[in-house]
Design a protein around this ligand. Structure first.
Ligand code: 7TS
Length: 398
C-alpha cells in the first residue's frame, strides 16, 4: 500500500512540494474538518447548554454528539466521562490541581525519564505546593522504560503513576498495560499521556486499565484549542473542579456554591464547542480509515525511513525501542540540527529540531538538541526519499 488516503483531502498539500514531517508537533487538517468548523459558525453557532432557542439546541446537540464520538473512539464506558479541555497540557494541569486533595506531604508521584514537559512540570508545581516527591522511572540504553529495575519505585507512598503511551522523541511505545498492573498493585491512580498515541493507534481505555487518559485534538487532524481528559466516573465524581465559574455549578449563593454533574463540573465557562465539534469530525475521518490501518501504515513508513536513514554516513539515530511508532530522532555528525533544518527548509521539508519539550530525556541521551521526523497518514514513501536526498545534499555542502 503506497498511499493510505487521498492527499487531496488535505488542502495544505495543494502545495505539491510540501514534505511535512512534523506531525508529532501538530497534524494537518482534512477539508471535512475545516468545512465542519465553517459550517458550525455559519449555521449552528450559539452558546451551548444555555440557549433555549433552536439555534442553541443545534449547537448543544453537535457538541454533545462530538463527546459521544470521542467516547466511542476510546471505548469509554460513558460519554459523560469525556471532558473537553484545551489539550493534553490543560488535561494534565487539571489533574495536578484536582488530585491535590488526595495527596499528603511526602507522597510520591511516579513518572519516567521520557516524559514531555506537560507530564513533568505540572507535577513539579504540585510538589512545590504540597511537598510531594516526584520520582522518575529509568530508561534502558535502547530507549525503553527499564521495568526490570523499576519495582523499587512502586512504593506504598506512590499515589499517582503518570506515563506517556508513546515518546514524542524516541517513538517508544511503552508497555502501559504492564505498568498499569504495577500501579494497581500499590493502589495508585494511573494516568496515561496519550498525546502521541490516540492519534496513531487503537486506544481502548477499558483494555488499558488506566484511570485517566489525556490527549490533544490538534495532533489527530482536529483543530487547535481542544483536547480531552477521559477519567473513570467514580474518580471524576470524587475530584474537586479545577477551573470555576459559569456552567460548572449547580447552585451559587453569596456564600458558597455546589457543583454541576460530571463532565460539566470540569468545563467552566463557555467551552470550545466549535473546536470540539471539529475534533469529532476528525475522529470520524480517522475511524473511516481504521486505527489499525493507521498504525500498520505508519509502521511500514517508519521501517522504510529507519532503513534509508541508517544508510546515511555519520548519522546517529536515538533509541532502538522494542516497539516504535512513527517518530525518529537523529543527529548527523558535524551538522547542527538547526542548520540541518534550515537546509531542509530550502527543499520545503518540515521537521522539528531542538529538545522537543523533553529536556530530561535529551539529558539522558547526552544531547541538547536532535532532529526529529514524525509521520502521519498523509505521508508516503516518496516523502522519505526526498528527506534522505535532502540530508545527503546538506552533508555534501558541509
Ligand atoms: N505529551 C506528549 C507526549 C506530547 O508529545 C505533547 C506535545 C504534549 C504532551 C503536549 O500536548 P499539547 O497539545 O498540550 O501541546 N508534543 C509536541 C511535540 O513533540 N512537538 O510539539 C509538541
Amino acid at each position: 500500500m503506497s498511499h493510505l488516503i487521498d492527499k487531496t483531502d488535505f488542502p495544505i498539500f495543494n502545495d505539491k512540494s510540501l514534505v511535512y514531517l512534523d506531525s508529532a508537533s501538530t497534524s494537518q487538517k482534512p477539508k471535512v474538518v475545516l468545512d465542519t468548523i465553517k459550517k458550525v459558525y455559519e449555521h449552528s453557532n450559539a452558546n451551548v447548554h444555555r440557549a433555549l432557542y433552536d439555534l442553541g439546541s443545534r449547537s448543544t446537540e453537535l457538541y454533545e454528539s462530538s463527546r459521544k464520538t470521542v467516547s466511542q473512539f476510546i471505548n469509554a464506558p460513558s460519554s459523560k466521562e469525556v471532558i473537553f479541555t484545551s489539550g493534553t497540557t490543560a488535561s494534565m494541569n487539571l489533574l495536578s490541581y484536582s488530585l491535590e486533595s488526595r495527596l499528603e506531604k511526602d507522597d510520591e508521584i511516579l513518572i519516567s525519564h521520557m516524559e514531555h514537559h506537560a507530564n513533568i512540570v505540572p507535577w513539579q508545581q504540585l510538589s512545590k505546593r504540597i511537598g510531594i516527591k516526584l520520582k522518575y522511572l529509568p530508561l534502558t540504553k535502547s530507549g525503553d522504560i527499564d521495568l526490570e529495575n523499576s519495582r523499587r519505585y512502586f512504593t506504598d507512598r506512590t499515589k499517582i503513576v503518570s506515563i506517556t503511551h508513546m515518546s514524542n522523541v524516541l517513538g517508544t511505545i511503552n508497555p502501559i498495560k504492564k505498568i498499569a498492573k504495577m500501579a494497581k498493585s500499590i493502589g495508585a491512580v494511573y494516568i496515561i499521556d496519550g498525546a502521541q498515541s490516540v492519534s496513531h493507534m487503537p486506544v481502548d481505555v477499558q483494555d488499558l486499565e488506566c484511570d485517566f487518559l489525556a490527549f490533544s485534538g490538534h495532533k489527530m487532524l482536529g483543530p487547535t484549542g481542544v483536547g480531552v481528559l477521559w477519567g473513570k466516573m467514580d474518580l471524576l465524581n470524587e475530584l474537586d473542579p479545577f477551573l470555576s465559574g459559569g456552567e460548572m455549578i449547580e447552585k451559587v449563593t453569596l456564600e458558597t456554591s455546589t457543583w454541576n454533574e460530571v463532565p460539566y463540573k470540569f468545563e467552566a465557562g463557555t467551552p470550545n464547542y466549535v473546536q470540539a465539534i471539529g475534533m469529532g469530525e476528525a475522529i470520524k475521518y480517522l475511524s473511516n480509515i481504521g486505527m489499525e490501518n493507521v498504525y500498520n501504515y505508519e509502521k511500514k513508513l517508519t521501517s522504510y525511513a529507519l532503513k534509508k536513514l541508517q544508510e546515511i554516513p555519520n548519522i546517529k539515530i536515538y533509541g532502538t525501542p522494542e516497539k516504535r511508532g512513527g517518530v525518529i530522532s537523529f543527529n548527523i555528525k558535524g551538522i547542527h540540527p538547526q542548520d540541518l533544518s534550515q537546509f531542509l527548509n530550502e527543499d520545503n521539508i518540515c521537521l522539528r529540531v531542538g529538545h522537543h519539550c523533553a529536556q530530561p530525556l535529551l539529558k539522558t541521551l547526552n544531547e541538547t538538541s536532535t532532529a526529529r521526523v514524525s509521520f502521519y497518514i498523509y505521508n508516503d514513501f516518496s516523502d522519505i526519499d526526498k528527506l534522505v536526498d535532502s540530508i545527503n545534499s546538506t552533508i555534501s555542502y558541509f
